[in-house]
Ligand binder design. Structure first.
Ligand code: GAL
Length: 335
């Protein structure tokens, strides 16, 4: 059952981080822990759909929700494109399982859209973190569940992850290994559906780094992430490496300023946790950092903080703004 409309339907001309974000139907967007791709003129935002009103402890995950936009501010609800299985309790995606942080890549050789997500069976909860894999022929889905794999190399799987393509066109699954919380990387097969190498530790990424998001810039990669405190916010981390798989060098916390809606600043990442960094189409060097404001007691109410990333003197800066638009990227330095 969708959330009921609660907001006026209006055209948005700016981003207003930290307050409810209505879709084309006046319903707060339900796509948490998400990521965004651009394909054939549209942005697609994929994220965790939470059953309206449900507590995370009651297993709120309903699958992956997709929204579509041309301007990143106004989003059309495309529905749940990879639902949890509501019919077969034996299914690997049975309702009651945890399905988090979906990320999608387009595979140019198979022409498939490949989605991977954290998938934890109901029986073991967060103990063993599988990676679920689903594919679709078009970005609007539907995505068909294919299989899961137990990555990381220690038998307990992985947690929060990056699913990214390197300069040579190879896809990588990089994430926090369970149970030792070392950040590890494996190259995926050419079809992106399974890892094809062993997992190796990524040098320079502090242990317990979750919520990773990547910014390809300055001839290398900035990686932002969080510490490991469940749904509670902590201080954001930043790293830089010339090569995707490291070695990385740690940088200062990228956040600056205070979110006036909750009075939280850099020490708590404005109350949020990173999920993805969006490259803005047609604006080289323009990136938007996405954060979730988790509300585990009514998970579907979780909010979003989207802010421009400024890269200055070899480090990313993400400054709080109460209202902004894409013209910040046209000025020589995002003011
Ligand atoms: C966070 C993680 C989320 C979710 C949560 C559960 O650290 O980033 O995706 O798994 O823990 O407590």
């Amino acid at each position: 059952m969708p959330n009921p409309p609660s907001f006026p339907v209006e055209i948005r001309t700016s981003f207003k981080p930290g307050i409810p974000w209505p879709d084309n139907n006046g319903v707060h967007i339900n796509a948490h822990g998400g990521g965004v791709i651009f394909h054939a003129g549209f942005y697609y935002w994929y994220g965790e759909s939470k059953y309206p009103g449900r507590d995370e402890k009651e297993r709120a995950d309903a699958g992956t929700h997709c929204y579509r936009s041309t301007d990143l501010m106004n989003w059309t609800d495309m529905g749940i494109v990879m639902p949890m299985d509501e019919n077969d309790p034996q299914s690997e995606t049975a309702v009651g399982s945890i399905c988090e942080r979906p990320k999608v890549l387009f595979n140019p050789s198979t022409k498939k859209f490949v989605m991977i997500f954290k998938l934890y069976p109901e029986s073991t909860g967060y103990l063993i973190g599988y990676v679920g894999v689903a594919t679709a022929d078009v970005p609007e889905g539907p995505f068909t569940y294919q299989h899961r794999f137990n990555g990381g190399g220690l038998g307990h799987g992985t947690g929060d992850f990056l699913f990214v393509i390197d300069a040579q066109g190879a896809a990588w699954h990089m994430g926090v290994r369970k149970p030792d919380k070392v950040f590890v990387a494996a190259r995926m097969r050419p079809d992106f559906l399974m890892p094809e190498t062993d997992y190796v530790p990524v040098e320079g990424i502090e242990r317990h780094t979750e919520a990773p998001a990547l910014i390809p810039a300055d001839g290398g990669y900035y990686l932002i992430g969080s510490g490991s405190t469940g749904w509670d916010p902590n201080v954001a981390r930043a790293f830089f490496s010339k090569h995707l798989t490291g070695p990385y060098r740690q940088l200062p916390c990228p956040c600056e300023g205070v979110n006036p809606h909750n009075n939280l600043g850099p020490e708590k990442t404005f109350g949020g946790q990173s999920s993805f960094v969006i490259p803005v189409e047609g604006k080289p060097g323009a990136f938007i950092a996405m954060f979730d404001l988790w509300t585990p007691r009514i998970a579907s109410n979780g909010g979003y903080v989207w802010l421009p990333v400024e890269i200055k003197d070899g480090a990313p800066k993400i400054r709080w703004r109460t209202e902004w638009d894409l013209s910040v990227f046209d000025r020589s330095s995002a003011a």
